[in-house]
Ligand binder design. Structure first.
Ligand code: HEC
Ligand code: HEC
Ligand code: HEC
Length: 400
């Protein structure tokens, strides 16, 4: 019962904020704080002394089969190093993303964790702590006044978008919500990924982001040649859906029935693209930025696999064949991604994108700091118009 109440309050919070056009997570909206939550440490993976995975559940899944409410821990996993799996804990965390579908799953950054002997002791201690401390309630109250119609609208929008993805057969090339073909970048990830407005703009007029991905181009669904040809409002529905829900796996069974294996978009479009390829033109990079990049060993490490405009072009990488055809141009990536997603991705690519081809780099905190500073600087130069990325659009031709 307690869990249900908690779930509804979170649901209305998150969907409420989203209903006003905001993404689940952003730098401006750093998450929702929870204190003294009684949780079950359901899964913990340790590799060479590092805690690499922690899943917390709102109940013991062995005791109740319908307890599917879970949270994965991102920052703060190391705090669980001495706590055995399958034990009860009290945690303070900041919820960073949440997806609701037959239970909920989300991810959080944990600030504090205390182990308890058993569930009862944990709940008693929790009650006592909350009585003693009366911690300032997180700013939930002011935000929760969401009408149920707002919530229903939101759920309806999401399912419309899901149907559009199905009708447009995006899974002929992409993994969406955990399944589909892998000819194009995966559209399954955790946390809010893209800068505001980027996705809708990209879907309306897609351009090349991956210089070594020479077999295929993202298609323009607003084109009159497209079947179906999608309206701008439909594209923003899809964009909203991808930003908020695309990371969720596994999806409901009925969506799994989509016969994406038979779509065959890739062979035909790969052939059309080979007939009329689009040469990648690297974006210009100002001298001051080049100099800054040359000084940083950490940034140079990225250039072993990624291009960055004119600084590192495909020609200066040691291919072909390029071992990492999915690696995008980092300049275009910085135009596309939120800074916090970018940084978290570099720290642990597999966590944010389970099927990623990018390996985890053995970087120190200092090096991560250096990458962050550089990324922030590049994004600032772009906002000021001092770096202007080149976008290359592909024009399909009507065939007889
Ligand atoms: C014929 C194959 C194909 C189909 C079908 C397709 N895409 Fe793509 N898509 C691509 C390719 C290839 C790229 C990578 C382009 C690049 O990086 O230059 C891409 C890139 C993207 C990106 C950018 C990802 C990123 O972060 O770099 C998004 C978003 C996207 N597609 C969404 C969709 C959606 C939504 C649909 C369905 C409406 C769809 N795609 C259908 C081939 C396809
Ligand atoms: C038999 C070859 C073939 C197959 C298979 C195919 N396409 Fe196409 N597609 C084309 C051709 C040719 C065009 C150019 C428009 C025309 O002549 O009708 C096109 C155009 C498009 C466009 C419009 C792009 C633009 O820029 O105008 C979209 C979107 C598209 N296809 C999506 C898909 C999807 C999704 C699939 C898989 C379900 C797919 N196509 C399978 C041949 C194919
Ligand atoms: C060993 C090769 C390699 C190195 C080194 C590397 N990357 Fe990557 N990176 C990749 C590949 C491959 C992908 C595409 C992953 C995919 O979609 O499967 C990628 C993807 C990314 C993405 C996600 C982009 C997106 O569109 O979702 C970011 C961000 C990124 N890399 C940043 C960096 C930074 C910053 C560095 C340097 C600190 C770096 N990478 C070093 C191979 C590498």
């Amino acid at each position: 019962m307690r869990t249900v109440v908690w779930m509804i309050s979170v649901l209305s919070l998150v969907l409420g904020a989203a209903g006003q056009g905001k993404a689940l997570v952003s730098e401006a909206r750093p998450g929702i704080a929870y204190h003294e939550q009684v949780m079950f440490l359901d899964k913990k993976i340790v590799e060479a002394g590092d805690v690499v995975w922690v899943t917390l559940a709102y109940g013991d899944p062995r005791a109740s089969r319908d307890c599917r409410n879970i949270i994965d821990v991102f920052n703060g996993r190391q705090l669980f190093v001495d706590i055995p799996e399958k034990s009860w804990v009290r945690v303070d965390f900041t919820l960073r993303s949440l997806v609701v579908q037959a239970g909920f799953s989300g991810d959080a950054d944990v600030g504090k964790v205390v182990a308890c002997p058993d569930e009862k002791a944990c709940r008693n201690l929790q009650a006592q702590r909350l009585r003693d401390q009366k911690p300032a309630k997180p700013a939930e109250k002011t935000q929760t006044s969401v009408s149920s119609s707002g919530l229903n609208d939101d759920i309806q929008r999401m399912s419309q978008a899901r149907n559009l993805v199905k009708v447009a057969r995006c899974r002929g090339c992409h993994v969406v919500e955990g399944f589909g073909a892998s000819h194009a970048p995966s559209l399954t990830w955790r946390r809010a990924k893209y800068q505001d407005g980027w996705l809708a703009a990209y879907l309306a007029a897609p351009y090349r982001l991956r210089p070594a991905l020479t077999s295929l181009m993202m298609l323009r669904y607003t084109s009159a040649l497209a079947q179906p040809s999608l309206q701008p409002e439909e594209l923003s529905l899809v964009a909203d859906f991808l930003q908020r829900l695309a990371w969720f796996t596994p999806p409901a069974g009925r969506f799994r029935l989509e016969p994406w294996q038979t779509y065959q978009c890739q062979p035909c479009h790969a052939r059309l693209y080979a007939e009329r390829p689009l040469v990648f033109i690297p974006s210009p990079v100002p001298q001051s930025l080049r100099k800054k990049m040359e000084e940083s060993l950490s940034v140079k490490a990225c250039l072993g696999c990624h291009t960055f405009g004119e600084v590192q072009t495909l020609a200066s990488l040691s291919g072909p064949p390029y071992p990492y055809p999915m690696a995008p141009d980092l300049l275009l990536v910085l135009e596309k991604l939120r800074l916090d997603y970018f940084i978290d991705y570099v720290r642990d690519p597999k966590y944010l994108q389970p099927d990623t081809a990018m390996p985890k780099l053995q970087f120190s905190d200092l090096q991560h700091g250096e990458i962050r500073e550089w990324a922030r600087y590049v994004q600032q130069l772009m906002r000021q118009g001092k770096v202007q990325p080149i976008h290359l659009y592909y024009q399909m031709q009507k065939r007889p």
